[in-house]
Design a binder for this molecule. Sequence first.
Ligand SMILES: [Zn+2]
Length: 325
Amino acid sequence: MKSVTDLATLARFILSSDCQSIVILTGAGVSVASGIPDFRSPAGMFDTLRPELIPFLKTATERQRKLMALDPTYVVERGMFLENSFPYLEVRRPFILGVRDKKWKPTIAHHFASLLHKKTNKLTRVFTQNIDGLTYAVNLPEDKIVSVHGTIGKAGCETCGQDMDFKNFCAEVETKIKDIYSPDLGPKESNHILCQCCGNATVKPKTVLFGSSLPTEFFDKAAQDLPTTDLLIVAGTSLVVSPANSLVNNIPSDTLRVVINNEPVGQELGIEYGTNTKRDFFARGDCDKVFMDLIDELGWLTDLNGETNNLPEASVQLIKAKLRR
Ligand SMILES: [Zn+2]
């Protein structure tokens, strides 16, 4: 009988023959240690689109500015983007170029996925709700990753779907899009980035705008992976955004579910907390810390320590402290 009561028994289950297929669902919490802004949630958007910046979005109409002041997520709304792509590109400029320049490093949680794949070959998929691209920054085959809400690290046209090389797109952003945060960095006025295929000024990072449908890949891979999943790890997500949160119920009824988070989540979806749960285990804490402890229980801490040049400094210190004990 599989029963997980702590990270040690979880590690044993992962390494056992009972566990052949592992799916991971991640949210903003796994990227916190990287220092990257959470630029999808309303709270994160309020951080990046501070009200005092809105007057600098000179291309926006009065109506658009009012709507953004009320709710900054309006800037990532599809209708708004198709009307006028400048506010979105101006707000996102430092993040697009920061992703290109690898300004933010993947965390221990991201490295866990690549270690799991390398060491056990049991990682079926990482479904990430994050658009920060950090899941791609560890040594993991791209087909192991489903970016539920798209990713900022690729570019394409919102009108016709044509891909644009990300480096070329970034070069255009750098020379054509005004930096509203540091006006000295970019051009004085924004100029359109045109799609080579349809000619519209609707090229952007391949993230899912509010009001757009999710990539079909999400539904295809979920249908393919979930019936045979032995372990679902839910990390750093509040499980309030559907349909990503449907993963916790679209698995067999005896599949183990592990929640790694600072607080319990998903009770309304049926995840159980307390001493009598049969299939759910809650590892409370920061994602970086819990994943490091799990990696330690799996005996992979030395491997993780070998990745220190691709980890944030705070994570490196966490690993060094663990190794000293
Ligand atoms: Zn196009």
